[in-house]
Design a protein around this ligand. Structure first.
Ligand code: CP
Ligand code: NVA
Length: 325
């Protein structure tokens, strides 16, 4: 498949066609194979990449760094207290400076507008490493994992269960609508995705043959599903909403019983991570009901969450190579 993405930014999957999304997944699968055979090429030698992080990260940051090193590029990590952005300097000025020194910029933070301005003013490819609204690189890894597990992305029935209006849910719905799968958002009414985004996705779905369902009924939403996906109940920046979210989302916790109700014996469980699946972490100790998934599911035979986490590396590497050379 020949697709030319050179010079493009990845701000949201809305900007990418089905063909382009599938191309990036195929390219990521090939990179993973190359690594296994020791045949990775250093295609990004001499490239400098800025990594801007307003919010914390394990997978995304490490994937960008290891992907860049695999390809021979150099990265510079710029945390929120390391640069003038948001303090003494506007996004527009920071973007123009970084664009003179770096070949590409990754941004993780709050506002989608920031990543848009970085792309507009820097003149180099900008990659969205998560904003309040979207998390596009995550979805490439999610679909890659489904492809590895099920051998196809056609005829897949996929349910996202939990906070239906967060960045991961939004991007999954866009990606699913673009590539043409049967996608369900299963969440309480008050956490349904934004109506305008659902309408936009329905337009993509018409073209791709996707089916988009938004429901508060767990039974209806998960029936016959091949994939059950969830995320934490309160995203970064929403910590004050934790008690409210626990009461709303407790019935939507992923349990073995829920997986059985899909009716699929080989259903897979996915999660973007980080996850509260046990009570060891600080926040989970404070809120004992915060776990969005039972430990038995997370650690059990249906779970593919660490394959999915590894695939962040290969999909991000594919995006870097495709947009830079
Ligand atoms: N899934 C994900 O984006 O993880 P991090 O927040 O650790 O980067
Ligand atoms: N919805 C989560 C995703 C973390 C990868 C958040 O924004 O915190």
């Amino acid at each position: 498949m020949i697709v030319n993405l050179k010079g493009r930014s990845l701000l949201t999957l809305k900007d990418f066609s089905k063909r382009e999304i599938l191309y990036l997944i195929e390219a990521a699968l090939e990179l993973k194979e190359h690594k296994a055979h020791g045949t990775l090429q250093k295609k990004l030698e001499g490239k400098n990449i800025a990594l801007l992080f307003e919010k914390s990260s394990t997978r995304t940051r490490c994937a960008f760094v290891t992907a860049a090193v695999n390809e021979g590029a150099h990265t510079e990590y710029l945390g929120k207290n390391d640069i003038q952005l948001g303090g003494k300097e506007s996004v527009e000025d920071t973007a123009r400076v970084l664009g003179r020194m770096f070949d590409a910029i990754e941004f993780r933070g709050f506002k989608q507008k920031t990543v848009e301005l970085l792309a507009e003013y820097s003149g180099v490819p900008v990659w969205n490493g998560l904003t309040d609204l979207y998390h596009p690189t995550q979805i490439l890894a999610d679909f890659m994992t489904v492809k590895e597990e099920l051998g196809t992305l056609g005829n897949v029935k996929f349910a996202y269960v939990g906070d239906g209006r967060n960045n991961v849910a939004n991007s999954l719905m866009i990606g699913a609508a673009k590539i043409g799968i049967d996608f369900r958002v299963v969440s309480p009414l008050s956490l349904f995705p934004d109506k305008n985004l659902v309408e936009e996705c329905e337009v993509y779905a018409k073209e791709s043959g996707a089916r988009i369902t938004v429901t508060d009924s767990i039974e209806e939403g998960i029936k016959d599903c091949d994939v059950i996906y969830t995320d934490i109940w309160a995203s970064m920046g929403e910590e004050d909403k934790i008690p409210e979210r626990i009461s709303l989302l407790k019935p939507y916790k992923i349990t073995m019983n829920m997986l059985k109700k899909t009716g699929k014996e080989d259903v897979i469980f996915l999660h973007c991570l980080p996850s509260f699946h046990n009570l060891q972490t600080g926040t989970a100790q404070k809120y004992p009901d915060i776990c969005e998934v039972e430990d038995e599911v997370f650690e059990g035979r249906f779970s593919r969450v660490f394959d999915q986490a590894e695939n962040r590396l290969w999909t991000i590497e594919a995006v870097m190579v495709a947009t830079l050379i």
